[in-house]
Design a protein. Structure first.
Lengths: 176, 266
């Protein structure tokens, strides 16, 4: 019972949302601070003055990277969660990893696991959009950079949680 | 009143007129107003500049000199009035259309605005990589070397912007501004914060480039000495308006109190 509950909870719920929140904190803050720093030192203006579209060069690439990397990071988070679960299980009742995986994935279908993994692409979109927006509209020197980094983390985490609520409901409606 | 300047700073070559009829305005600023919040920075400014001409824009801090340059390159939009470059009005242009006009302009930022994650050579190569994609890597490298040679920075091409001085950053910024062989060069305080020798070197460099390339240039500066040395014409701004526009002699002969005060204290 424990392995299948763990597999379901990690892959359907915990993996995606924890990955979303971790990426919001780590990558969101990084994008927000980097773009904000470029903005206050006129580097983004310099890009624009060089007849290069800064939104395409700086924002579109980061947003695309966030969208594409989120499912992969989620898979890594899922694997880590399951490994930690197996470790905890073996402390209580020794079980080989093969037995753990076999029993955990028993009766599982792709429909149960693919949508939760791929819904994280929406989180990537949110994190990329929010962080780029906060970074590129920064004003006010070093204080503005700090504010952009904080806002990127806070807003993208908030929107990721809100999106999760909506997406879980949609997945329940359309995939179960 | 000490308005006379040493005769040595007069550069006879700057008086050389363009060798072909290029009297049409390449940059035309017509009755432009710009405010930030309640503060009116520019209030009905009109200026124009022709091929091969160098206009120095002088004035007190906060009178909108840098804003004027940012308006001309389209980084800021005017509240009213119009700006045209080579006859193309900026109003209503999309970013990509604006980009086509900007390719003909080079901009040296006040703080140089070098990309801090790129080396000196990569900074100069940046516009080339985006707009001269037909050039081979070897041609890019050769062009970057040539540009850095022109500004005397070839020995530092692998350094990062954080490893060079303010004057060197200005030189690299200038090389980057020249990368696409612009017809119009906009320089925002090219000598600000530099020692007199570095300032003079930058002035000489700008003069050399003007002689060789016959570009139209607009130079924003506080430095009257520098303005007199490198420009054909001077416009003095105060409280968002052009107080006087003309040669340095015109400024000297002016009876306007602000002009007299500005020259006396410069």
């Amino acid at each position: 019972m424990f392995p299948s509950s763990l597999v379901y909870s990690v892959i359907s719920v915990m993996g995606p949302i924890i990955t979303g929140l971790m990426v919001s904190g780590r990558v969101g803050a990084g994008i927000g601070a980097q773009l904000a720093s470029m903005k206050v030192t006129e580097q983004i203006d310099a890009i624009e003055a060089s007849a290069i579209n800064p939104y395409r060069l700086l924002a579109a690439t980061r947003i695309l990277a966030c969208i594409l990397m989120m499912p992969l990071l989620t898979l890594a988070a899922d694997a880590s969660g399951l490994l930690a679960g197996w470790f905890a299980q073996t402390l209580v009742e020794p079980l080989s990893i093969h037995q753990f995986i076999t029993s955990g994935f028993q009766g599982a279908t792709f429909n149960a696991f693919l949508p939760p993994t791929f819904k994280t692409m929406a989180y990537g979109l949110i994190i990329g959009l929010v962080s780029c927006f906060e970074g590129m509209r920064t004003v006010g020197g070093a204080e503005g950079v700090g504010r952009a980094a904080t806002n990127s983390v806070v807003l993208s985490s908030l929107f990721v949680i809100l999106a999760d609520v909506v997406l879980v409901k949609l997945i329940l409606v359309f995939f179960t | 009143m000490n308005v006379s300047m040493p005769a040595t700073i007069e550069n006879p070559e700057k008086k050389t007129q363009p060798d072909k009829d290029m009297t049409a305005a390449v940059v035309s600023v017509d009755n432009v107003c710009k405010s930030f919040g309640n503060m009116k920075v520019l209030d009905g400014v009109s200026l124009s500049i022709s091929h091969g001409e160098t206009l120095a824009v002088l004035g007190r801090s906060g009178t909108g000199k840098s804003v004027l340059l940012r308006l001309i390159i389209g980084l800021v939009n005017p509240d009213s009035g119009s700006i045209s470059v080579n006859g193309n009005n900026f109003a209503g242009l999309a970013l990509d259309q604006l980009g086509e006009i900007r390719k003909k302009m080079g901009f040296l930022f006040q703080q140089s605005a070098l990309y801090d994650s790129l080396s000196i050579a990569e900074n100069v190569a940046f516009p080339l990589e985006h707009h001269r994609s037909s050039m081979s890597k070897a041609e890019h490298d050769e062009r970057v070397k040539q540009l850095l040679d022109e500004v005397g920075m070839n020995g530092d091409s692998t350094k990062m912007p954080s490893e060079i001085s303010g004057g060197m950053k200005k030189r690299v910024g200038l090389a980057r501004a020249l990368a696409l062989e612009p017809e119009i060069l906009l320089l925002d305080e090219p000598t600000a914060g530099l020692d007199p020798i570095s300032s003079d070197e930058i002035d000489d460099l700008v003069l050399k480039l003007q002689r060789e390339r016959k570009m139209a240039s607009i130079i924003v500066t506080h430095d009257l000495h520098s303005a007199r040395k490198i420009s054909n014409r001077i416009a003095l701004l105060n409280k968002g308006k052009v107080v006087i526009e003309g040669s340095f002699d015109n400024l000297q002969q002016s009876e306007i109190a602000f002009v007299k005060e500005f020259l006396r204290l410069s």
